[in-house]
Design a protein around this ligand. Sequence first.
Ligand code: UD1
Length: 431
Amino acid sequence: MDKFLIKGGKALRGSVPVSGAKNSALPVMAAALLTADKVVVRNVPKVRDLVTMSKLLAFMDAKVSAGTVPASDYEIQAPRLNHAEAPYELVKTMRASILTLGPLMARVGVARVSLPGGCAIGARPVDLHLKALEQMGAEIATSHGYIDAKVHRNGSRGRRLKGAHIVFEKITVTGTENILMAAALAEGETVLENAAREPEVTDLILMLRKMGAEICGDGTSTLRIRGVKELHGTEHTVIPDRIEAGTFLVAGAMTDGDLTITNCQPKHLGAVIAKLQQAGVQIEISDATTVRARGAKKLAAADVTTEEYPGFATDMQAQYMALATQAEGTSVITETIFENRYLHASEMVRMGANISVNGREAIVRGPAQLSGTTVQASDLRASAGLVLAGLVATGETLIDRVYHIDRGYEGIVEKLRGVGAQIERVHSPGS
Ligand code: UD1
C-alpha cells in the first residue's frame, strides 16, 4: 500500500490548477447510459473513482474509450445494456455506483445494484433513492445484499417509469441525481421537492438538457422534469472541483504561503471563502476562474457548521479542522451531514493537536505545534486533512492508506510539490 511522506514547515507559493470535479464527473458518466448515442465527457479527473465508474459502465456493455485510463476525456456509447447490473466487486470500492440505478431504471426498466454498505463516515443508506423510484412505479426488493428493481411491462408503454411528486425527507445529493436521471425518460412530469442544490447537481442538469431532457428549477430546491421518450448524445465538460480548490486554499493559508488557484470557479466556494476570511486569511478573487489565498501571520479561531450547499461543505470539514489547529483560540466544528466524520481528529491529536470530540461537535483549541508521526487515512477527505496537518508539522509525517486520497485528488503529490511542498509517494513492497 502506498504512503505519503511529508516534511513539514514549507510555505506553499505559486500557482496550482484544479482538476474536474469528481462528484460531477460520476453522475455525468452514469448519464451516458440514458442514450444509445455516443456521449463525450471532458475534464474528468484522473482519479480512481472515475476508473471504477468506467469499469462499471463497461461491465454493463457500454463501450468506453479513453485511450489510456485514467483519462481526462471519455467517449461512452451504450447501444444496448445487456447487463443492467452493478456488481458487489465494483460497488464495494465506490458507493457512487448507486448512480447507475436511476439511468438503468429509466432506460431498460430493470436493474440489479449491489447495496452500498456503510463506510468509515457512517451508515449512508439509500432508502430515499429507493422510495422515490417506488413512487415512480418501480418494484424494489432487497435481498442477499442486492437491490433488485423493475418496472412492470405495460402494453405499448413497455417498462417505463411514471412521473411522480416526490418530497425528499432529507436532502441527498446522489439521490437527487438518480431521480433526475430516472425522471428524464419517465412518462409525464416529476416534481422533486427538497432537492439538493449542489453545483454538481446543476452540472448534471446542464448535461441532461443538452441530451434533450426537459428540466427546470436548476439551483433551487424544487426541480420539475418532464419526461421525454428518448435522449440523444452530447459532449459535456465537467465543472472544476470545488473541494480540491478549497483544499488548496486552506493549504496556502495554513502554511502562511501565497497560493493562486487556477481553473476553478470561486463562485462555488462562497462558504469556504467567507470562513477563511473570518479566520484572517487574505482572499483575492482576480477573475471568474482564479482565486488567491495568503496566510495571515496569526490565524483566528472561527466556528463552523457543515450544511448542504450553499452552506459549508462536509467534504471540507477535515481540511478546516487542520487549519483550526493552527488558529488562535477555540473553534467549534459541528458536523450535521454525516454521523461519524471525525476519524481524522484522533490522528491529528496524535500529531499534537488539542481536539475533543463529543458527538457531532469537535472543539479545537489552537494554536498547537504539530509534530510528524505515522498516521492512518480513514476516508477521502480525512486524508486531505492529514496531508494539510503534515504540511505544518515539524519533522516527518507518514500517511498510510493513501488509496483513499487517490480516489478523489488528481496528482496531489505533484501539485503540492509544484508549489514547494516536500511530499513524496512511497511505494511499499507488495503494493
Ligand atoms: C454526496 C457526495 C459526498 C458528500 C455528500 C454530502 C458524491 C458522489 N458524493 O454523497 O462527497 O460528502 O454528498 O454533501 O456526490 N441519506 C439517507 N438516505 C438516503 C440518502 C442519504 O438517510 O437515501 C443521508 C446520508 O446518510 C447523509 C445525508 O443523507 O447523512 C446526506 O447524504 P447524501 O447527500 O446522499 O450523500 P451522497 O450523495 O452519498
